[in-house]
Design a protein around this ligand. Structure first.
Ligand SMILES: [Zn+2]
Ligand SMILES: [Zn+2]
Length: 352
């Protein structure tokens, strides 16, 4: 005998088999599930309504049904298409562990190391070159061959965990942003920025041109905003005219912000080997007085040595090896490091 609860069961099955769906598809699926159940028993008349409110109520119901399992019916903006995408995601704390069905512990460690490099990339570029991605494997486990690492990278892309650009750079996929968001927020609190408009995480889009302004916008949110506004929602600075909403004159976030040579400054880690508390701040202030130019200089807007915040080392087993590696790069890095204005520090405004 069918009942209205069959709609939920059918819907969950449909979502799980698809892994990640656009809102349009999810709503269509919901409608079909209702039709299917109603067609089996003519006395059943489960209502369907296309209104936003009914959809939101349904999403809440699905989430309630999944709650006891530490699962959530979550959604994010697809940063490429701007569409809402939905999926059933694990919220039990170590979401990355779900990769265990697909990868070995060492392979997951490599994936996590790649997330580090992507999240800590300079200039809010949120991507790594294939060279750095491949190099990273030796910090994880020297027994992994380069060929194996290449295969793994291909697999991460094929299974939708990473995106590879035409230039061969790796960045976060929508799947990763959807499914691993809790992990990313917990481990990269200084690198995770929310869109000023939709409050979701941004790894591709635009930032306000005023250096110390916190405004970050997805491309889609930016163009929507620009239809009616010409000033920054946070600092109120006027933005250059942009009738097409292309963000050409805005500060870029994501691969468009990647600057040649930004990876030469050494490997980025979440290790607690940052300068003593306070010292970085002073050095940074000095550099800012000097006035670095964010157009030309590969000055990281995101420093990985977060002042006063000590984080676990993700590659703790290889700490020794990492220290050895660092020694080679340390000199250069120490010179370069303080040029990065950190958003946690006060900065001069209106330098342009
Ligand atoms: Zn947004
Ligand atoms: Zn602003």
């Amino acid at each position: 005998m069918v009942s209205s609860s069959d709609v939920m069961r059918l819907f969950l099955q449909g979502i799980m088999s698809r892994r990640m769906v656009t809102e349009k598809t999810a709503r269509k699926l919901w409608q079909k599930c209702i039709e299917a159940v109603n067609s089996v028993d003519e006395n059943l008349n489960v209502p369907y309504n296309d209104d936003r409110k009914y959809w939101d109520d349904w999403v809440n119901k699905v989430t309630e049904a999944l709650n006891p399992l530490d699962l959530e019916f979550a959604h994010v903006h697809d940063e490429f298409s701007g569409e809402h995408v939905y999926g059933i995601v694990n919220r039990n704390g170590d979401e990355v562990a779900q990769l265990a069905t697909e990868y070995t512990a060492i392979e997951i460690k490599y994936f996590k190391a790649l997330l580090d490099q992507i999240m800590l990339a300079s200039n809010e570029s949120y991507c790594v070159s294939s060279l750095v991605a491949l190099r990273e494997v030796k910090f994880v486990d020297k027994s992994i061959s380069k060929t194996h690492a290449e295969k793994l990278l291909n697999s991460f892309v094929a299974r939708g965990w990473l995106v590879r650009s035409r230039k061969g750079r790796y960045s976060l996929s929508t799947r990763t942003i959807l499914e691993l968001q809790t992990y990313l927020k917990a481990n990269f609190d200084d690198s995770v920025h929310e869109c000023t408009i939709c409050f979701e995480m941004v790894t591709r889009g635009f930032a306000c041109t005023v250096q110390n302004c916190q405004t970050r916008l997805h491309s889609r949110c930016y163009s929507t905003y620009r239809r009616t506004r010409n000033a920054c929602p946070t600092c109120k600075a006027p933005w250059a005219s942009d009738e097409q909403g292309t963000g050409e004159k805005m500060k870029k976030i994501g691969e468009a912000a990647f600057k040649d040579g930004q990876e030469k400054k050494g490997r980025r880690t979440r290790q607690s080997d940052m300068p003593e508390e306070g010292s970085g701040e002073e050095a940074e202030a000095e550099t800012l007085e000097g006035g670095e130019d964010d157009e030309d200089e590969p000055a990281p807007t995101q420093t990985q040595r977060r002042k006063g915040k000590k984080k676990k080392n993700v590659v703790s087993d290889d700490e020794q090896m990492e220290v050895e590696e660092k020694e080679e790069e340390e000199e250069e890095e120490e010179e370069e490091e303080p040029t990065g204005p950190s958003r946690t520090q006060p900065r001069r405004s209106g330098r342009r």
